[in-house]
Design a binder for this molecule. Structure first.
Ligand code: ARG
Length: 466
């Protein structure tokens, strides 16, 4: 099918005699997704228009007509009465076509000293800047939920793991604060990205700049950019700001997926460390006893989408010669998808943190299993009996073997058994074999002792929430 009997596009079709083939229209159109940029597109157009008037490139009357038309289009879009058309390809041309319907040929003056290339680059930066600000608030909200919980569970003893083998007792509050630190770095990465993306492409025009006496500093300032982008070719052709965002987003959701995985395992009957309420679980259509942590599983799985988005845009941009290429139209879907998925994940994670009920007894019991206080025993031999650590480690290993053979915990071993292995041991050692005492002793900076965790939670409030 050809487009020979169809009209050419009214906005760029001057040198064309026929219209595009149906498949050309379909592959070319981005309006289905880039309509999300409407508010940024209109803001960009208004800033550009005001600058053109201030520079005497556009008359004040024409400027006023264009501005009023743009405002009306914005309310039409927001009220749902605006008719988007694929014939007009993208959001920029949809808006300009409607502007022409509303105010006549004067609409055509808006595109003076501008191209869709600098326009779309500007729109996406503005959109992403807003999204980053929203995400920062949501990440902060999750940090708040975690810190509140950490404070409440500062003294809740649980097993700490390495290799998913019980390692040493820790506190639940300490464990939750680990995620607060990760999110703090995630927020830092987004803040860096925001700082770097906040330069205005507007006025770079198609790629080379323009012969009109425009003021790029003025339009940049009007849109809240720190400065105009310094090189017009770079301004229209790079999408590293979006890739940087996607990388930061992928790291964030990777963190969330680790937490989600812990929620999934902690909810299982084998662990039984926490309970989620009906609000964050679902039932099974066949097994009546089930209570599935679907929200956590989906947070874990959304990582796939975010990683996919990053790889998609890296691949789109790889090897593209300067300056703009239509390939770049494919930048939007990954960015929108990543923002949507990340917002959902952050909200679900915060919801689960507020919802979860720790099973404190079960956590404590589990901390007494797996010889979790073996390191405390070895440390005691060094600290109290003055043994070299290597010898203490070896003796403790033999004691663990003995407890294993007798089927008891370290705390349950009779003193005679302990002394049979290491005569330096006394009654006083039982103090450190108790998981609660074990965590209480870990008062080093950044350690798991309840008093440390309470102080760390207070510190985290200052660092992240004020
Ligand atoms: N819809 C296009 C995009 O998203 C706008 C820019 C089109 N520029 C062009 N020279 N055809 O990239």
């Amino acid at each position: 099918m050809t487009g020979a009997n169809k009209p050419a596009n009214s906005q760029w079709g001057g040198r064309f005699t026929g219209g595009p083939a149906e498949i050309m229209r379909r592959i070319n159109a981005s309006i289905d997704y880039d309509k999300r940029l409407y508010a940024e597109d209109i803001a960009g157009s208004k800033a550009h228009c005001a600058m053109l008037v201030a520079q005497n490139i556009l008359s004040p009357q024409d400027g006023a007509a264009i501005t009023a038309g743009l405002d009306q289009i914005r309310s039409e879009i927001e009220s749902g009465s605006f008719v988007f058309s694929a014939e007009n390809e993208d959001i920029h041309m949809n808006i300009e076509a409607r502007l022409a319907e509303l105010i006549g040929p004067v609409a055509g003056r808006l595109h003076t000293a501008r191209s869709r290339n600098d326009q779309v680059a500007t729109d996406l930066r503005l959109w992403l800047r807003d999204a980053i600000d929203r995400l920062d608030l949501e990440m902060r909200g999750l940090q708040r939920a975690l810190i509140d919980r950490a404070d409440a569970e500062a003294g809740t003893v649980m097993p700490g793991y390495t290799h998913l083998q019980i390692a040493q007792p820790v506190t639940l509050g300490h464990h939750l604060l680990a995620y607060v630190e990760m999110l703090g770095r995630d927020r830092g990465r987004l803040a860096d990205c925001r700082r770097r993306l906040n330069e205005s492409p507007l006025g770079a025009a198609a790629l080379a700049g323009t012969s009109f006496p425009i003021d790029r500093f003025a339009s940049a300032a009007a849109l809240g950019f720190d400065r105009p982008a310094a090189n017009s070719l770079d301004a229209v052709s790079d999408r590293d700001f979006a890739i940087e965002f996607l990388a930061a987003a992928a790291i964030t959701v990777m963190h969330l997926s680790r937490f989600a995985e812990e929620i999934v395992t902690w909810c299982s009957s084998e662990f039984g460390f926490i309970r989620l309420s009906d609000a964050f679980t679902t039932g099974s259509s066949i097994m009546p006893q089930k209570r599935n942590p679907d929200a956590a599983e989906l947070v874990r799985a959304k990582t796939g989408r975010l990683n996919g988005a990053l790889v998609a845009l890296l691949t789109v941009m790889k090897g593209l010669p300067l300056a703009y290429g239509k390939d770049m139209q494919e930048d939007k879907v990954p960015v929108f998808e990543a923002v949507d998925a990340l917002e959902l994940c952050l909200a679900a994670a915060a919801g689960m943190v507020r919802d979860m009920q720790p099973c404190r007894e079960r956590l404590r019991d589990a901390a007494g299993q797996g010889f979790a206080t073996a390191t405390d025993l070895a440390d005691w031999l060094v600290r109290v009996a003055g043994l070299p650590f290597r010898r203490a480690h070896h003796a403790t290993g033999s004691i663990v073997r003995r407890a294993e053979a007798l089927g008891c915990t370290l705390a349950e071993l009779p003193l005679a058994e302990l002394q049979g292995v290491e005569p330096a041991l006394t009654d006083a050692v039982y103090d450190v074999l108790d998981p609660t005492r074990s965590v209480a002793s870990r008062t080093s900076f950044g350690g798991t002792a309840p008093e440390r965790v309470r102080a760390a939670a207070a510190e985290a409030r200052k660092r992240f929430l004020e």
